[in-house]
Design a protein around this ligand. Structure first.
Ligand code: ADP
Ligand code: GLC
Length: 468
């Protein structure tokens, strides 16, 4: 069975968040299953991975985007070291950028990507068994395959869409229809939601099946989905929640080259302390105090707007009895407020930016990882933390509720119901009590490291879905 994963991110080529981790791991684990050939197609970016690797040009052609004629090149990575074939689609002016997101003309960018991929496959008469589309950037593919004469060669190919984040749906005005590949205008209803072209809604309507990255998140979408609640309920017969895994080849504290001190469950307590000592030294924190960490995008869905209050209140209320470290970037108000607190509080350390190495060191050093998310379709941070013996403190939502169980009900993490400062401060005070209880942290480190978030199980579930 031949599967093409279509995505704007893929680790280690280009990563903004968890989407990259998933698309860099899922095909690799699918390929370990007999008879499966999973490949990844993504836009070309001006990234170190691209300049450091060799590529063959396997396609060179043109598409029409409205009045513009665009060159489309497809490059295949030569060495095949990722565990799957990697294809990059390059369109000068649209798909030759430094980063996946943040451009004013993203509608043209993502339309160009989807159009370019389908044009290449049709022109080269490549007919996969499954096109697996990830998030709204590739969500018009199920519609295009069935309704654009240019891709009639692909008609009938099975399409699956995975919703990693339903907060972003890619809505655009109907004027953009003129920049899509020509389609049967009679079928406009399959693109429309409330008077706009809504790619995510179109994917839910047109894909043979769609998935979310946890069962808990799927259930939430029935009632909270930025206007698509009735649609997802109507189409629920073809909806599945499949939890993400973690890539044990990248995220393994025993072999992770990004750690100062590697560890396994037997020596974790001692080695984690050594990592913590180094990290605290580098950031002027006190290694004898518990270390709470946050890693992520400064977005309201992550509860990042609560961070400044969490920092100041938890440090004041514990009389300076804890360290907090934050790694991330995003909303500039949050960044500035945290910078101010970085000067005010010696127990607080801030690193603004995206730092893969540092994130690994934090998971390995921290005692607790904070995730005050309002929306969390799956969440990978909590799983990485647990694998690295760090206790997750998470809001009870989406994938967090599916992966972290509170210590009071037999789990090894801490849940709070409402992502508000009071509840989080309460959760932190529970964490401090655990920290001060003799032998408790050792038990929690071991228990968290023992959870199994292997990709193998979820990769099998996707294959079963393709087969069905
Ligand atoms: P999302 O994709 O919504 O941002 P996830 O929990 O699925 O959330 O995945 C986030 C991924 O991005 C994890 O691999 C996490 O370690 C990483 N990450 C987030 N922010 C940073 C950062 N500032 N530096 C390094 N890695 C980060
Ligand atoms: C999205 C979600 C996150 C999920 C990731 C990978 O970015 O916000 O919760 O873990 O996709 O599926």
């Amino acid at each position: 069975m031949i599967i093409y994963h279509l995505s704007t991110e893929c680790y280690p080529v280009a990563k903004v968040g968890g989407l990259a981790d998933v698309v860099g791991a899922l095909p690799k684990y699918q390929n370990k299953i007999n008879g499966i050939d999973a490949k990844v197609v993504m836009p070309w970016y001006n990234k170190p991975f691209v300049s450091d690797h060799e590529f063959d040009i396997v396609f060179d052609g043109f598409i029409h985007q409205g009045p513009n004629m665009l060159q489309v090149q497809v490059l295949k990575e030569k060495s095949d070291t990722l565990g799957f074939e990697l294809y990059l689609v390059r369109i000068p002016g649209l798909l030759d950028r430094d980063n996946p997101y943040g451009y004013q003309d993203e509608n043209f960018q993502f339309l160009g990507f989807q159009h370019g991929v389908l044009h290449w496959l049709s022109a080269m008469q490549i007919r996969p068994d499954v096109l697996h589309c990830h998030d709204y950037h590739t969500a018009l593919v199920p519609f295009m395959v069935e309704n654009c004469p240019e891709f009639s060669f692909l008609k009938g190919v099975k399409t699956i869409g995975t919703i990693h984040n339903g907060e972003y749906q890619g809505m655009m005005s109907w004027e953009m229809a003129d920049y899509m590949p020509g389609f049967d205008r009679y079928r406009w209803g399959l693109l429309d939601w409330n008077g706009l072209i809504n790619p995510l809604a179109s994917m839910i309507k047109c894909a043979h099946s769609f998935t979310t990255v946890s069962q808990g998140y799927l259930e939430e979408l029935f009632t909270t989905f930025r206007g698509l609640e009735s649609l997802v309920r109507y189409e629920s017969g073809k909806a599945y929640g499949i939890i993400n895994g973690i890539d044990a080849e990248v995220w393994n504290p025993e072999t992770d080259p990004m750690l100062d001190f590697n560890f396994n469950p037997k020596n974790a307590v001692v080695q984690k302390k050594k990592n913590k000592k180094n990290l605290c030294k580098a950031y002027g924190l006190r290694p004898e105090l518990p270390l709470f960490a946050f890693i992520g995008r400064f977005a309201t869905e992550k509860g990042a707007d609560l961070l400044p209050d969490i920092v100041s209140r938890s440090i004041k209320q514990s009389f300076g009895g804890l360290n907090i470290m934050i790694l991330g970037s995003g909303n500039s108000y949050i960044e500035n407020k945290l910078k101010e607190y970085d000067y005010t509080y010696t127990n607080f350390a801030l690193d603004l930016g995206y730092k893969e190495h540092l994130s690994h060191q934090i998971y390995a050093s921290a005692d607790f990882l904070l995730m005050p998310s309002r929306v969390e379709p799956c969440g990978l941070n909590q799983m990485y933390a647990m694998k690295y013996g760090t206790v997750p403190i998470v809001s009870y939502t989406g994938g967090l509720r599916d992966t972290v169980q509170d210590i009071s009900t037999g789990g090894a993490g801490i849940n709070f119901t409402y992502p508000g400062v009071d509840d989080i401060i309460h959760a932190i005070s529970r964490a401090l009590m655990l920290y001060n209880q003799k032998g408790m942290m050792e038990n929690l480190v071991h228990a968290n490291m023992g959870f199994d978030f292997a990709w193998e199980k979820s990769a099998e579930k996707y294959i079963a879905l393709y087969n069905s």
